[in-house]
Design a protein around this ligand. Structure first.
Ligand SMILES: Nc1ncnc2c1ncn2[C@@H]1O[C@H](COP(=O)(O)OP(=O)(O)OP(=O)(O)O)[C@@H](O)[C@H]1O
Ligand SMILES: [Mg+2]
Length: 444
């Protein structure tokens, strides 16, 4: 089935990207605004200063005679950062206008000193801010430092924008984590509950009130679920236990007082079935303590397989190496394979032969051992695969005469979880159910 592929972004990245875009856009807008606001006053101020310098110099020079002029020009050069020099017709100069800012400055200077004023960025190869003016038709240059009228340099802007962007990224990560962290914890706790672990203790003292309330609600729910589960287990175990005594009595009475042999056999079979169901109830409700220790896999499988002797019903071939050991509880793991073989005998018989051909293989994968049990039966409809481990779920009951409680795979699943392992069910492409049982390898 072709499914449209969608870009999967985790909540963290979604929040992060959104915040970063938002704040980054904000910074960009601010920078543009500041630049616009910053340019205008700088232009006016710079032009004003330069025009004043020119005017002052002109007035000073005009009222001095030739000798005083030379002394005055010298003094200005020595004390101030400006230079006044006579302008020669042969002087080569470059216009001051280079970009928007310098163009505005030059325009502003001209509007103050007259439209013919020359504003140059270099004269005879000496750079600076040069302004050409005249005193009684003598042309002069005034050279001021160009540095004083430049806008904030690109470097300064880049530094501040860089700092702001860095702060944005760090802030976005922090906010995204703040939102994401409790959700992740919640999802983790929920998945543990799904796995049957009800000891969820989400932080009930966290500062954010909404999250505190969610956590408190979740913890309460987990406690109640644990209680319901406990009650159910106690009830199941109680009922099952109490059924045992009358059942034993019934078996005895049937044996003694029923005379018809056929009826006696049928009753005995029914009572056996009831007994088996009660066994399942007890296994499910009261699994007992789990003690993990190294278990020799091949021996345990052979032992369980030995209970399924009748070759006209089931044939189990195990290819598990003799020296493979896994960390498991022997009783629980026995229960696991017992249930799988029993299911194969009930539901996994070949359509033509009527015999359940079961193969048990294994594979090592890192620290795990994966045991695969498969039969050659009809398998399970794909839509029902995920429900098989639900307690009391029975597949197509009408198809087989078998009468189980629907607890077998639920018991297997729980046992695998308690042993730190994993259970996976699938249909083999050639038909039949395949069960992968993953267990920790025992240290050699
Ligand atoms: N090897 C198999 N092939 C096909 N279907 C299977 C196989 N094993 C299990 N199933 C289906 O899965 C259902 C659930 O199995 P499960 O072992 O949990 O319950 P059960 O065998 O019906 O009852 P119980 O094990 O409690 O006696 C079965 O009713 C059956 O429909
Ligand atoms: Mg079963």
């Amino acid at each position: 089935m072709a499914r449209k592929k969608r870009v999967a972004l985790s909540l963290f990245w979604r929040t992060f990207v959104l915040l970063a875009l938002l704040l980054g856009g904000g910074i960009f807008a601010w920078v543009q605004t500041l630049r616009a606001l910053d340019t205008e006053p700088r232009v006016v101020l710079a032009a004003q200063q330069i025009a004043s310098l020119v005017n002052l110099s002109r007035e000073g020079l005009r009222h001095a005679d030739r000798i005083q002029r030379v002394a005055l020009v010298k003094a200005m050069t020595a004390r101030e950062a400006i230079r006044v020099a006579p302008r020669e017709p042969a002087d080569k100069w470059e216009p001051f206008e280079e970009d928007r800012f310098t163009g505005r400055v030059a325009g502003e200077i001209r509007s103050r000193l007259g439209p013919d004023t020359i504003v140059a960025s270099s004269v005879n190869g000496i750079s600076g801010l040069w302004v050409g003016f005249t005193i009684e038709s003598d042309p002069w240059w005034l050279q001021a430092e160009a540095a004083r009228i430049h806008p904030l340099t690109r470097g300064t802007w880049a530094m501040w924008v860089g700092i702001a962007l860095l702060a944005t990224v760090i802030g976005s990560v922090a906010i995204a984590r703040l939102i994401n962290q409790p959700l992740r914890e919640l999802s983790f706790a929920a998945s543990r509950i799904r796995g049957g672990e009800y000891d969820s203790r989400l932080d009930e003292n966290t500062l954010t009130s909404e999250i505190r309330e969610v956590n408190m609600g979740f913890n309460r729910m987990a406690r109640e679920l644990a209680k319901v589960e406990e009650d159910r287990a106690v009830m199941l175990a109680g009922i099952s236990h109490d059924l045992r005594t009358p059942l034993a009595r019934l078996r005895l009475e049937a044996e003694m007082s029923v005379t018809d042999e056929e009826a006696k056999r049928n009753m005995a079979a029914d009572i056996d079935q009831l007994d088996a169901i009660i066994d399942k109830f007890m296994d499910y409700a009261r699994p007992g303590e789990t003690h993990l220790k190294p278990v020799m896999l091949a021996r345990l499988i052979d032992k369980e397989a030995a209970a399924f002797r009748d070759p006209t019903e089931i044939q189990i071939v195990s290819k598990v190496a003799i020296d493979i050991a896994v960390m498991a509880d022997e009783t629980e793991l026995g229960r696991v394979f017992g249930n799988l073989f029993e299911n194969a005998r009930r539901y996994g018989r070949g359509i033509d032969t009527g015999i359940a051909l079961v193969s048990v293989t294994y594979a090592r994968s890192g620290p795990w051992v994966i045991v695969t049990v498969r039969d050659r039966g009809p398998g399970v409809p794909p839509s029902k695969l995920s429900q098989l481990t639900t307690p009391f779920f029975r597949g197509d009951a009408a198809r087989t005469a078998a009468t189980g409680a629907g607890l077998g795979l639920a018991i297997v699943d729980k046992a695998m979880q308690r042993m730190g392992g994993h259970l996976e069910l699938a249909n083999a492409p050639e038909g039949g159910l395949v069960i992968h049982v993953r267990l920790k390898r025992a240290p050699a």
